[in-house]
Design a protein around this ligand. Structure first.
Ligand SMILES: [Zn+2]
Length: 308
């Protein structure tokens, strides 16, 4: 998959000019707009790949005010890094990107964080139809000895998954899996006209669905009784999404810390919901070129946060 797209990438975006032209169509689909005064009256300064605003005289390029702004890396490398991150279904570590692009670890880390920050949903419509909900545990290096008091605390983190059959998936890093917490995720993500919510028999769900008014539309599959499918009652769809998530965490993110889990889940969700879409690459680049630098600084903790 990557190989075929890599050839296309080279054809379409093999030069700085081609990359820049593409970014212009993503940033200004209806024509160039001055980032300072929003004027649409601009002139092209051919030599410097810039525009000159006829209203406020601000000179700017397509990367002005975006995350590309302060980067010395060629756009062709940025584009390649985006392709690597969007096409690897399980994600890619900064170390892999470093090796493939032949750049320093620090630069690769910076690139990955900024691209990842763009790989998140801007809008998350409510899910309806048949919705499956489940919780799972990820990470979790057991520290110390379990038989010593105060040691052996699990660092496993709870991930809530909600998936509409034939629709989108949501992942959340939850503090706990108590019914109040589950109810909050139900309320925020499941439409009031949902047909049915499928869960396993985990005892926090009945009160969570009751609290949110879905009690009459809740079906349970009894995993403990080794029943995994009962007619149309199952949670296999959301579990499939979890299994990809876990392979990603194990394979790519050996030392994923709890602090970065939410960002990773957002990235997985973004990619997963677009796994069959031809616009994954384009959507990511568009987010990168339309979100302001400020937003990215916030998302990536100012870039000073040098964890794995
Ligand atoms: Zn202007």
């Amino acid at each position: 998959m990557i190989d075929a797209n890599l050839v296309k990438l080279m054809e379409h975006f093999g030069s700085e000019d081609k990359c820049r032209a593409y970014m212009e169509t993503l940033r200004w689909p209806e024509g160039v707009v001055c980032p300072r005064c929003k004027s649409t009256s601009t002139s092209r300064v051919e030599k410097r790949n810039q525009y000159d605003c006829n209203t406020c005289r601000y000179q700017f390029s397509v990367t002005a005010g975006t995350i590309f702004n302060d980067s010395h890396l060629p756009l062709t490398k940025w584009f390649l890094a985006v392709l690597l991150l969007v096409e690897s279904r399980k994600g890619m570590s900064a170390n892999q990107v470093k090796r493939i692009l032949g750049i320093s670890y620090k630069t690769a880390w910076y690139l990955c964080h900024r691209i990842r920050a763009a790989m998140r949903e801007v809008e998350r419509p409510m899910l309806d139809g048949t919705v499956e909900m489940d919780e799972t545990y990820v990470g979790g290096v057991q520290r110390g000895h379990q038989n010593k008091p105060g040691h052996g605390l699990s660092t496993k983190q709870i991930v809530i998954g909600i998936r509409q059959r034939g629709g989108e998936t949501r992942f959340f890093h939850a503090e706990d899996a108590k019914s109040g917490t589950l109810a909050k995720y139900i309320r925020e993500n499941i439409s009031t006209d949902v047909d049915v919510i499928m869960t396993d028999e985990f005892n926090a769900y009945p009160s969570a669905v009751k609290e949110t008014g879905f009690a009459g539309r809740h079906k349970t599959i009894k995993h403990k009784a080794k029943i995994y499918v009962d007619g149309d009652i199952h949670t296999n769809t959301v579990e499939n999404a979890f299994s990809l998530l876990k392979r990603g965490i194990i394979g790519t993110w050996h030392r994923l810390s709890a602090k970065h889990l939410a960002a990773y889940l957002a990235e997985m969700e973004f990619r997963f919901n677009r796994r069959k879409s031809p616009y994954l690459f384009q959507d990511t680049l568009r987010h990168m070129v339309t979100a302001s630098t400020l937003t990215f600084e916030k998302l990536t903790c100012g870039g000073k946060d040098a964890a794995a």
